[in-house]
Design a protein around this ligand. Structure first.
Ligand code: SF4
Ligand code: SF4
Length: 242
């Protein structure tokens, strides 16, 4: 039986996916480059900064609880629930040149001069005509749906996501300073090595091993709580202590 917390989480993340066509531009890796080259701070710039800031306290909980791309990928679990192929480093090969391009254009244009949260949207909506509808569907299919089927569950999060590095960096800073923040804690004595947590982890993490080693920190953990809610022996819990 799925615990109430997981029902709520899945409900939120699926609803977020339902809203994806309207908020698509606020997560766009392209519009931020275009806006930066015009000295404009756009919606995705603001959201990416927010993702970094929230990760200082709640790690990658955004990925587990709110991300529309996460909602899409979890919906695909019903059709394809294959463990992801390793390659978390791939996204850094995308992120580093991309963030460098944003910095380059911002410097070249003489810095940011104005804020336009609704940049390039139509009354705040992202998908509002045939070209934006086509772009949305192409991105959805090529970057999110297809990799899920070919490379395994939440492959977009592992291999391609340009937002994840902001949160991974925020989380690493948190780990250096060790201030109170949301994370997992294991109680290995309770664990009966049933493997359920590893089987159910949407990020394909070796949770049982993490529990045994008492090392629950993992850059790819999205703090979804699936492992906590699926463990009959209460061997994992949320904590805010370092
Ligand atoms: S689900 Fe709980 S008992 Fe089973 S392996 Fe994971 S931590 Fe251990
Ligand atoms: S380790 Fe637990 S909280 Fe982290 S992604 Fe896996 S199931 Fe979610």
């Amino acid at each position: 039986m799925i615990k109430k917390r997981q029902k709520i989480r899945k409900g939120i993340i699926l609803f977020s996916f339902f809203l994806f066509p309207t908020i698509f531009y606020y997560l766009s890796p392209v519009l931020i480059v275009q806006a930066s080259s015009q000295g404009i701070i756009n919606g995705s710039f603001i959201l990416f900064v927010l993702m970094f800031c929230t990760a200082l306290i709640i790690g990658r909980a955004y990925c587990g609880w709110l991300c529309p791309a996460g909602g899409c990928q979890e919906a695909i679990f019903l059709a394809r629930d294959k463990k992801v192929i390793k390659g978390d480093y791939v996204k850094w090969f995308i992120w580093i040149p991309w963030i460098s391009a944003i910095g380059f254009f911002a410097i070249q244009t003489g810095g940011y001069k104005k804020i336009e949260f609704f940049y390039q949207t139509t009354y705040g909506l992202s998908v509002s005509d045939i070209p934006s509808f086509t772009t949305y569907n192409l991105v959805l299919f090529l970057l999110i749906v297809l990799p899920s089927f070919l490379l395994g569950k939440r492959s977009f999060c592992h291999h391609l996501c340009w937002m994840a590095p902001f949160m991974i960096l925020g989380r690493k800073i948190r780990n250096v300073f060790k201030w109170p923040s949301l994370q997992l804690q294991s109680i290995p004595e309770n664990c009966i090595k049933c493997h359920t947590c590893t089987e159910n982890c949407p990020m394909s993490l070796p949770v049982e091993k993490m529990v045994q080693q008492k090392i629950m920190e993992n850059a790819e953990c999205i703090l979804c709580g699936t492992c906590i809610d699926g463990c009959k022996k209460f061997a994992i819990k949320f904590t805010t202590k370092q």
